[in-house]
Design a protein around this ligand. Structure first.
Ligand code: FES
Ligand code: FES
Length: 161
């Protein structure tokens, strides 16, 4: 038997009927068509499924959809605005932080949560923030550089003219 839950996803209120054991990841991908969050391990180890739940990164493969009832979800699809890449996405592209791309949506969400709470993180804090996101391709250095550069861009944008 499915139950109706209500979520706010990328700024829009949605209602969706879910099985009691459906994960948030399955609901986002299969019911809502948001396939940015990826299923890697399905066990909370790889971070490919990371989304923000009330602003904080979670492994959506470990969260039941029903636990997200009434909460605010941000996925990678919610980052770009008006057809423009979010500055964090732009920085990943420019720094070479996207190779195969499988880890990228999760990395971006972890980075977004970090920069929302800490606009000027040092490299150690950046590495801590992405510690749960595995990347097989980049060796992480380019991702750290991308997040550092995104932080600079965002600080510049925030500064009053
Ligand atoms: S798929 Fe969720 S942590 Fe790997
Ligand atoms: S870019 Fe391939 S896993 Fe990170």
């Amino acid at each position: 038997v499915k139950e109706l839950i209500r979520l706010r996803v990328n700024g829009a209120d949605v209602e969706v009927a879910v099985r009691p054991n459906a994960t948030l990841l399955e609901t986002l991908r299969d019911d809502l068509g948001l396939t940015g969050a990826k299923k890697g391990c399905g066990e909370g180890d790889c971070g490919a499924c990371t989304v923000l739940l009330d602003g904080l990164p979670v492994s959506s493969c470990l969260v039941l959809a029903m636990q997200a009832h009434g909460h605010d979800i941000l996925t990678v699809e919610g980052l770009a605005e008006n057809g423009q890449l979010h500055p964090i996405q732009q920085a990943f592209v420019e720094a070479g932080g996207v190779q195969c791309g499988f880890c990228t949506p999760g990395m971006l969400m972890s980075a977004k949560s970090l920069l929302d709470s800490n606009p000027a993180p040092d490299d150690m804090q950046i590495r801590e923030a992405i510690a749960g996101n595995l990347c097989r391709c980049t060796g992480y250095q380019k991702i750290v550089e991308a997040i550092r550069s995104a932080a600079e861009t965002l600080r510049r944008h925030r500064r009053p003219a």
